[in-house]
Design a protein around this ligand. Sequence first.
Ligand code: ATP
Ligand code: MG
Length: 392
Amino acid sequence: MFQAFLIKYAEIAIKGKNRPLFEDALVRQIRRALKKVDGSFHVYKTQGRINVSAEEGFDYNGTVEALTRVFGINAVCPVLVLEDEGFEVLKEKVVAYMDEAYPDKDMSFKVHARRARKNYPVESMDINAKMGEAILKAFPSMHVDVKDPDVMLNIEIREKIYVYSISIPGVGGMPSGTGGKAMLLLSGGIDSPVAGYMIAKRGVSLNAVYFHAPPYTSERARQKVEDLAAIVGDYAGEIYLHVINFTEIQKYIYEKCPHDELTIIMRRYMMRIAERIALEQDCLALVTGESIGQVASQTMQSLMCTNEVCEQLPVFRPLIGFDKQEIVEISKKINAYETSILPFEDCCTIWVAKHPVTKPSVKVIRRHEEFLKEEIDEMVERAVNGHDVVKI
Ligand code: ATP
Ligand code: MG
């Protein structure tokens, strides 16, 4: 029944000069999202609004699904587009629309007409009254409530006539590409894809870095991370995934450092390498999926130790105050969960100590990192220079 969509976005954040930038970015992201949907679409701005019109035969459900994933959209309103065939015909068609859109009919409504084309013979107030009457006559169980209606039936008279009343909630946030770029440390777990999603929701584009340890971690583990990057990318847009071979560094740390400090020292090297690549790629922050107390490497003391090696970039940890259950909920909502729980090994889990330190001291860790000094710089160089980049 619908041939178009009206896109609603939060306008508070984008008053003034930023508005066209915001809208243009949103239009670009809508076009990107619709590329994956069956159909031919026209996305355009008019009268300070964004509209999507579709040619007949398009995939309605796919379109709604794609649009409700675009950051920056608060709601999507499917629009019935009618030719002007006179007011009597309009009444019939709107009654038929109400019949189809609201099968149970037990609700209040209000008609809100706007006559943008002034030569239309019926004035807005009259449209409201007469259309309301026609609907009440057809469906006696409906009633009018002008203050707080369940359904606001909008009728806009332009060249064509636009009828809409349904508002499907979008994801909100800001359009991708309006907020700079960040480097996500992406593992195959539940947390980091959610962390990436949350930062991307604020309009930030993402690059990602994944540390693997072949042959100890498999090709399938890497594939899983690429799949997760694609899931985050459904929302965030194109992601360049930097894949770092971490085997040599991990083995060396294992050889030289106290085993209860392995995870912390490894995490410090991950952060150092991630920061270097991030700076090369003009990223303005690092992003991780850490949350206080979740595991030994995420106590306050451990976080202080991992944070300490980042010299220039801030580290954003959007999940820092979240419980696991709250993170799982978002993971499910964004369709990452099923992939995240696939049982492939992560490089962090290969050489874990039975009793990792939970309260590491920065001073002690620094002292123990001295044991690595002979070869670690070259190993880091090799890891950084030899890494793969996959466009997702
Ligand atoms: P996740 O579910 O994101 O894997 P986790 O609970 O398993 O998190 P850790 O393994 O301690 O936690 O990792 C903490 C954070 O460090 C992750 O959220 C991620 O940002 C980063 N990280 C961990 N392992 C890797 C890896 N192999 N490659 C890239 N980043 C990683
Ligand atoms: Mg992990």
